[in-house]
Ligand binder design. Structure first.
Ligand code: C2E
Ligand code: CA
Ligand code: CA
Ligand code: CA
Length: 268
């Protein structure tokens, strides 16, 4: 906190300084954690609603914090984005998830990886994706890059990266659709191959139906997120959703918990 700048502690609120210290500790610990292989990837199945068969998995990062135990992304992704650590973190997740999916083999289907707007704005990000595909041997068609932010298009590095990623043969998925971070503006500006209905709309047939209609209009595949009950699955299927993801079909878990024919789980 810049409490000292021009005016002493007039605006000091109890806890402010402590939070600043806590935040820089978190940044230092995360930087070290990335270096020291404390990150791990959990995988959650994505299923086809017509037969509940697994068509792929989504990679979700976790941090094995030396003192605090297993931490979910809500504990560190925001700070990673603000500090720039999301770049090495995201690089690690992409490489790790691609290697795992390649090891599982084609029966594991698609591997969806979350990519931050900060990464997409970095020139050369698509080259990194290409290198990962080359090094891991993962066919581009199996990779789905999940994006959320309304990205500014118009010759910037983001647009170049997104175009280049699709040119490689990988697919783009618009995550959390309907929330503030993924809007109609994004659809209007980008070519996306998949739309994921945010879980807050899973019980709203009007919104779910509208999103489905939109997805069909642009030829995008549909995934409903956060499906927890058979009833929800049945209603989403009746509406026309192709795929779903949620606790009903499987919670995110370590690679070893997922078995695909002929696969080998990587030790993490
Ligand atoms: P997301 O991409 O929307 O991922 C889905 C989140 O919903 C996951 O939370 C998952 O555990 C949770 N979820 C799945 N099924 C259900 C369900 O049936 N009910 C409920 N209530 N929740 C469900 P998680 O793993 O805590 O991840 C939170 C967010 O962190 C992700 O949301 C994504 O935005 C971000 N994230 C995760 N991994 C990465 C990463 O490697 N890079 C970046 N940039 N962001 C990541
Ligand atoms: Ca996602
Ligand atoms: Ca989502
Ligand atoms: Ca989310």
């Amino acid at each position: 906190a810049k409490a000292g700048a021009g005016g002493g502690h007039r605006h000091f609120r109890p806890g402010m300084e402590a939070r600043g210290v806590e935040r820089s500790r978190l940044i230092d610990a995360l930087a070290a954690g990335i270096e020291q292989d404390q990150l791990t990837v959990y995988y959650q199945p994505v299923v086809r609603l017509s037969d509940h068969r697994v068509t792929g998995v989504e990679a979700l990062v976790r941090w094995r914090h030396p003192a605090q135990g297993l931490l979910g992304p809500q504990a560190f992704i925001e700070v990673a984005e603000e500090s720039g650590l999301i770049v090495p973190l995201g690089r690690w997740v992409l490489r790790h998830a691609a290697r795992q999916a390649a090891a599982w083999g084609p029966d594991a289907g698609t591997i969806s990886v979350n990519v931050s707007g900060v990464q997409l704005r970095t020139a050369g990000f698509a080259d990194e994706v290409a290198a990962v595909l080359r090094e891991t041997g993962l066919p581009a068609q199996r990779l789905i890059v999940e994006i959320t932010e309304t990205v500014a298009v118009g010759g910037g590095p983001t647009a170049q990266n997104l175009t280049a990623i699709r040119d490689l043969g990988a697919r783009l998925s618009l995550d959390d659709f309907g929330t503030g971070s993924s809007t109609l503006t994004t659809v209007a500006r980008l070519t996306v191959d998949q739309i994921k209905l945010d879980r807050s709309f899973v019980d709203s047939p009007v919104i779910a139906g509208a999103v489905l209609h939109l997805a069909r209009g642009i030829g995008a595949d549909t995934v409903a997120e956060g499906v927890e009950t058979l009833d929800q699955a049945a209603r989403l299927r009746a509406l026309g959703f192709e795929r779903a993801q949620g606790y009903l079909f499987g919670r995110p878990g370590p690679a070893a918990d997922l078995r695909f024919p002929g696969s080998t789980a990587e030790r993490t």
